[in-house]
Design a protein around this ligand. Structure first.
Ligand SMILES: CC(C)(COP(=O)(O)OP(=O)(O)OC[C@H]1O[C@@H](n2cnc3c(N)ncnc32)[C@H](O)[C@@H]1OP(=O)(O)O)[C@@H](O)C(=O)NCCC(=O)NCCS
Length: 191
């Protein structure tokens, strides 16, 4: 136990002073591959959506930690649609990469594909965008390195991530305003 506590303390000290020089988006690239087994199935016999969401969060969290070299928390996940069912025996691959970073937050793009092992047929199952926040040793939001987008694809993803960030901030502000707004005389009576 003492050894574990010392290990944690040594590692926490390493989080105190991460390198904040801009980092290439591709350095955060993360891939997780898992064959779906009985334990991943729901009552209908398909793979549970939550299993895929957990893999998405795992892969995206690793990409964010690789980019920031910090401890990270999931702050948000954008809409995620399942485009195709996943069956037991399928090989699920989750690819994740940091699209963009701001002061302490990072957007990670994730794509999930499924491969049928006997036929090699591949299907796109889902895509998602998640926001992670880098934390300092006290668990407070802390600066993360900017993202260097090199390829045309990375530049497109970075530009689109900036649009999504603006939309998230607008939505958050609007919801906060709605929560504190007093009813107007023209508002319909409460149901
Ligand atoms: C995410 C969290 C650290 C943000 O803390 P906060 O006090 O709101 O911090 P701030 O207002 O300073 O925001 C910090 C950054 O997070 C971003 N952020 C906060 N909430 C967000 C949200 N819902 N969606 C997207 N980004 C968000 C802010 O835009 C800001 O980004 P920037 O520094 O790059 O400009 C805090 O809400 C938290 O700890 N949430 C719980 C996270 C968690 O436990 N996740 C696992 C769930 S099981």
């Amino acid at each position: 136990m003492d050894q574990f506590i010392r290990f944690r303390e040594d590692r926490d000290r390493q989080y105190d002073d991460p390198d904040l020089t801009p980092r290439r988006a591709s350095e955060s690239r993360t891939t997780i591959c898992v064959v779906m087994e009985i334990e991943h199935a729901n009552n209908a016999g398909y793979v549970h959506g939550g299993t895929i969401m957990r893999m998405v969060d795992n892969a995206a969290g690793i990409a964010a930690a690789r980019h920031s070299r910090r401890r990270v928390v999931t702050a948000a996940m954008d809409d995620m649609s399942f485009l195709s069912p996943v069956y037991i025996g399928d090989l699920v691959t989750v690819n994740a990469m940091v699209n963009d970073a701001h002061r302490s937050s990072m957007e990670v793009g994730v794509r999930v594909t499924v491969e049928s092992v006997p036929t090699g047929e591949r299907r796109h199952v889902a895509s998602a965008h998640l926001v992670y926040v880098g934390l300092d040793a006290d668990g407070k939001p802390a600066p993360v390195p900017p993202v260097v987008a090199e390829s045309d694809e990375e530049k497109r993803r970075q530009a689109q991530a900036r649009v999504r960030r603006e939309q998230r901030l607008l939505r958050k502000r609007a919801l906060q305003e709605a929560a504190t707004r007093r009813p107007l005389p023209t508002d319909p009576p409460p149901a």
